[in-house]
Design a protein around this ligand. Sequence first.
Ligand SMILES: NC(=O)c1ccc[n+]([C@@H]2O[C@H](COP(=O)([O-])OP(=O)(O)OC[C@H]3O[C@@H](n4cnc5c(N)ncnc54)[C@H](OP(=O)(O)O)[C@@H]3O)[C@@H](O)[C@H]2O)c1
Length: 417
Amino acid sequence: MILNSTNIDFRAKLLLESFSSELRLLATDHQIDFSLTTNEALALAIFEAYRGSQRVAPNPCVGCVVLDQHGRFLAKGHHEFYGGPHAEVNALNGLTEEQLKEAHVIVTLEPCAHQGKTPSCAKTLANLPIKKVTYGLKDPNPLVAGAGAEILKTAGKEVHLYNPAGYDLDLTQELEEVAEIFLFNFRFKKTFLSLKWAQSLDGKTALLNGESKWITNPLSREYSHFLRSIHDATMVGANTIVEDNPLLNIRMENVDKKSKIVIFDPYGKVLVKEKEFQFTEVHQSENIYYLIDELESKRINPTKQFESILESKVSNIIFLDKTKGFYDPLKINDKLFDKGLKSVLIEGGAKTIQFFLKNCEWQRIYTFIAPIILGQGQSYSEAIVNHSMENKIRLNYSKSFSFGADLLLSGISGNYN
Ligand SMILES: NC(=O)c1ccc[n+]([C@@H]2O[C@H](COP(=O)([O-])OP(=O)(O)OC[C@H]3O[C@@H](n4cnc5c(N)ncnc54)[C@H](OP(=O)(O)O)[C@@H]3O)[C@@H](O)[C@H]2O)c1
C-alpha cells in the first residue's frame, strides 16, 4: 500500500517525518540491516499500529517490532482487522526459531492474556525462544491488566513496561493516541466523540445564507473521508442535511466500510421527509440514527404519519433527554454507546458543533483552517460566553499538519485520560 497524506492518520505521517532515514525505510516496508534502540523500535511499532485504524474497531490499533539478539531489525506487524491475527502474530509470522533466539519483542500494548477470537499472544510469546518483551501500555481492563506480563514472567522472559526515562523522546502520549478510542471506551464506558469542522481564517463555518462549499481544498476534503473511516459513525445536524444534502458515506479507494450516520434532528425536520435527501440512497435504514426531541417534534409535526414514522424507526431513534430545560449531552453519549457506536465523528454544522463544545462533551477536535476570510457568517463558538480567560476551551497535545495551503489542527479535551 502506498501511504499518502490522505490514507493514513496525520499523526503517523508526523511520526514518519521525525524518523531517521533508516527508520523511515523500515517504516515504508524496506528490509534493511539496521540496529534500533527500544525507543526507535517502539516509535516504529506505533507507526505500524496506525495502519490498522480503519478496520480494527472495536479492538485497538496495535503494532509490534521484533529485534534480534543484537538489536537488529527482524520484522514488524500490526493488527490489521477485527477478528484477525494480533500484531505480535503478524510480526512473528515467517521468523525461524533460530532468528528468534534471545530476540526482543516490542509491542505498543500489553500482549493479551486471554483467548478471544485469536489465541493468547502472551502464551504464544512465552513458548518462543525470545529473551524479552517491552510493551507500551498496560491493558486498560483492570481485571486483566498485568496478566499478559505475568504469563511471560512465569515463562522466564524479561518483561518491561515502557519507560521513557533515558530517551530524548517520550512516546507515552503517542502510545495513548494510537489506541485512544479503545482506551477511552474501556476506561469510561462512553463513546469517543470527535468534533470536525472546516473554518475560514476568521472562524466561520458558512456564509450567513448557509453556503459553505467549499471552505477547504480537495486534499483536506479527501482526508475527511479518512476521518469518517476511523470512526463508527458520522453525525451532522439537520440544517446541514437540508442545506447541503450530503451523502455522508466514505468515498476512498479500497475502503468498503459502511459507516453509520447520526442526524441531530430535534424537531424531526429531516426525518419527516427523509426520502427527499440523497443520504438515504447510500445508507441502509438500519445504519441511520436520529436524535429526536419527542415532545417538540410531535408538536411541530402533529400528524398520524409522523407518529407512524417514529414507531417504525423506534430502534434507530435516540430520544433527547432534557436536564433543566436543556438537552443533556451526557445522556446522548450513554445512548450512542448503548447502540454500540464506540466512536462518532461530529461534522457540524455550527449549532451541532457548538452544542457539544459548549457542554464539554467531546474528546478530540479536528479543525481544518483555510487561508480565506468569509466575513459575516456562521460561527461554531458565538454562543460560548467566557467571562474569564481561565475558562477558555483548550486543545491539549495539539498537533498540526498541512494539506496544501490548509492547516489541520487537532488536539484532545485533556480531561479524559
Ligand atoms: N464548515 C463546516 O465544516 C460545515 C460542516 C457542516 C455544515 N456546514 C454548514 O452549516 C450550516 C448548517 O449549520 P447549522 O448550525 O445551521 O445547523 P446544524 O448544526 O447543521 O443543525 C442543527 C440542528 O439541530 C437543531 N437544534 C435545536 N436545538 C439545538 C441545540 N440545542 N443545539 C444544537 N442544535 C439544535 C437546529 O435547529 P434550528 O436551526 O432549527 O434551531 C438544527 O436543526 C449549513 O449551511 C452547512 O453548509 C458547515
